[in-house]
Design a protein around this ligand. Structure first.
Ligand code: VGL
Ligand code: ZN
Length: 211
């Protein structure tokens, strides 16, 4: 059973952007399939918040910035291990735009992350240096929102990191599994679900909300 509290729950729509959909530069398998479902789910939530991965050209998470590296290699950056990605979600580019089918007229906040050239930010709460905050927890607290319900891309990266950080910051967190799609690099999807369960993230299905 999953009971929504419209007063204190927020739907957090993670990175449903062209580059993470088929035809994009970091295409997540089936990424665009979540769009109609997210549009339906959004009607249940008076509070809808959206994130965008938003990198400057030459961002250090791009393999193109590391000599001899290929996309999906693992690198050591000053703040820790970092998967290197194809160039993606470059500020102002088509790939960084939200998927055109996303229909969220009631969305209240668009939060952009990953805009510092040398630090990545999978999480909507905290950058990969684990010190720099995006401001989302302050926003939620000021608005009396106590739980985030997460949907979007990708389950095992930005969704999982955001959900775990929500818990760490003292919020409830639930992930709607079928309203997300994963990258699944070397077992990352299974590991993400394990880590989320350990952090107290609820794992739910859209039918639990839509009936
Ligand atoms: C993401 C890889 C790189 C995500 C963002 O949105 O899950 N993944 N940047
Ligand atoms: Zn990124």
């Amino acid at each position: 059973m999953f009971t929504l509290d419209p007063e204190t729950d927020a739907l957090l729509v993670i990175d449903v952007q062209n580059d993470f959909c088929p035809g994009g530069r970091l295409s997540v398998p089936g990424g665009d399939e979540v769009v109609p479902l997210i549009n339906r789910l959004a009607w249940l939530f008076p509070n809808v918040l959206v994130t965008q991965d938003w990198h400057p050209a030459g961002h250090h998470s791009f393999a193109s910035q590391h000599e001899g590296a290929a996309p999906y290699d693992l690198a050591r950056l000053p703040y820790g291990p970092q998967v290197l990605w194809p160039d993606h979600c470059v500020q102002g580019s088509w790939g960084a735009e939200l998927h055109p089918g996303l229909d969220l007229p009631g969305a209240q906040l668009t939060l952009r992350k990953g805009f510092r050239r040398t630090v990545d930010s999978y999480s909507a709460f905290q950058e990969a240096d684990r010190r720099t905050h995006t401001g989302l927890s302050g926003y939620l607290r000021d608005r009396g929102l106590t739980r985030v319900v997460l949907v979007g891309l990708a389950t095992d990266f930005c969704v999982a990191w955001s959900a775990q950080d929500a818990r760490e910051q003292g919020f409830g967190a639930a992930v709607i599994e079928d309203a997300c799609r994963a990258i699944d690099l070397g077992g990352s999807l299974g590991a993400a679900w394990e880590a989320m369960a350990a952090a107290g993230v609820e794992r739910v299905q859209s039918r639990d909300l839509l009936g």
